[in-house]
Design a protein around this ligand. Structure first.
Ligand SMILES: [Zn+2]
Length: 318
């Protein structure tokens, strides 16, 4: 009897562990980006547009971006009807998005720090012709941003400015060094070192919080789409699934460029700095190098299809 009970228990626990493994829709991202998995899971299992909007509105203000759909015969989905009912943005989008063309923005997350009003809530803007895929995509930016804020990460405009300034300084000092084959004086050398460290630090934040974040979000949505498909659920838009691959490729190329560029700069620094000066920054610079190498390893696993070598299949003769 006891033995029987034991085996029944064992089978039950096996079944529950399988069920647990298959029911979790949240995948771990290999870039160590922190996210509130409980909140994410809650959204991913809903499969109900109205409920999703309600849950999102608990965390952020949700606004619509007007869009004139040229294709009048296009079917309006349930989510699009719901977006149509959302309030319009109380802030002028064009003034916020000076660097972006509003016509091309289908969804946008903006932390309250970047909104030019007294509103203290983060906001999410979604175009009327968008779908659930885009809505969850933007909401995931919000979830990631909760941790960026906690870790005092710089916002996009500040980060871009610092990177621009440091790049200018770096290039100037590097080219002067190339001409004379040495640093003119200690001030010049220090300015080079500061720019190098600043580029390592800020590009790491940049690559992880922008292009890699896009990759992680899209991989998560693709995973949900595929899992749903197996369970005969067709909640996320199929056309979004096909364009998602291109979007990942684009961000992958950008992330690879940044990562390989910084690794090249670190290598250059090692070559041109006098050994005693390099010794002073060795620990810091090599900890950055390790982080970039980990990122590179992960990115290379996902190399964009276009960059794969188009070599003819090798023929082996025995
Ligand atoms: Zn995005």
């Amino acid at each position: 009897m006891k033995k029987h009970l034991f085996s029944v228990l064992f089978i039950c626990s096996l079944i529950t562990s399988f069920a647990d493994a298959s029911s979790s829709l949240v995948i771990s991202n290999n870039f160590k980006k922190q996210i509130n998995a409980t909140k994410l899971e809650k959204i991913l299992i809903l499969n109900d547009s109205k409920a999703i909007i309600r849950v999102i509105q608990n965390d952020v203000d949700l606004y619509k971006i007007d869009y004139k759909n040229e294709n009048q015969s296009a079917q309006v989905s349930q989510i699009q009807k719901l977006i149509h009912e959302l309030p319009k943005s109380p802030v002028n989008m064009k003034s916020i998005l000076s660097g972006l063309e509003i016509e091309n923005v289908i969804g946008l997350f903006l932390p309250f720090e970047q909104l030019q009003n007294t509103n203290s809530r983060d906001a999410l803007f979604i175009r009327e012709d968008a779908g659930v895929w885009t809505l969850i995509h933007e909401y995931m930016h919000f979830l990631f941003n909760e941790f960026h804020r906690k870790n005092n990460a710089l916002d996009a405009p500040k980060l871009q400015n610092i990177i621009k300034d440091s790049t200018e300084t770096y290039n100037e000092e590097f080219s002067k060094h190339t001409i004379n084959n040495k640093f003119e004086d200690e001030t010049r050398q220090n300015s080079y070192v500061d720019a190098l460290i600043s580029l390592c630090k800020h590009n790491l934040q940049f690559v992880l919080n922008f292009s890699i974040e896009e990759i992680v979000i899209e991989e998560q949505l693709q995973y949900k789409f595929q899992t749903d498909l197996k369970n005969n659920i067709g909640f996320l838009e199929a056309d979004e699934h096909s364009s998602s691959k291109n979007y990942i490729s684009k961000n992958l190329r950008s992330a690879l460029n940044t990562t390989e560029y910084i690794l090249r700069l670190i290598e250059e620094g090692r070559k041109i700095l006098p050994s005693d000066s390099y010794g002073k920054i060795k620990t810091e610079i090599e900890s950055y190098e390790l982080k970039y190498k980990d990122i590179l390893f992960e990115l290379k696993k996902r190399k964009p299809a276009e960059t794969k070598p188009a070599k003819p299949a090798e023929v082996f003769t025995t």
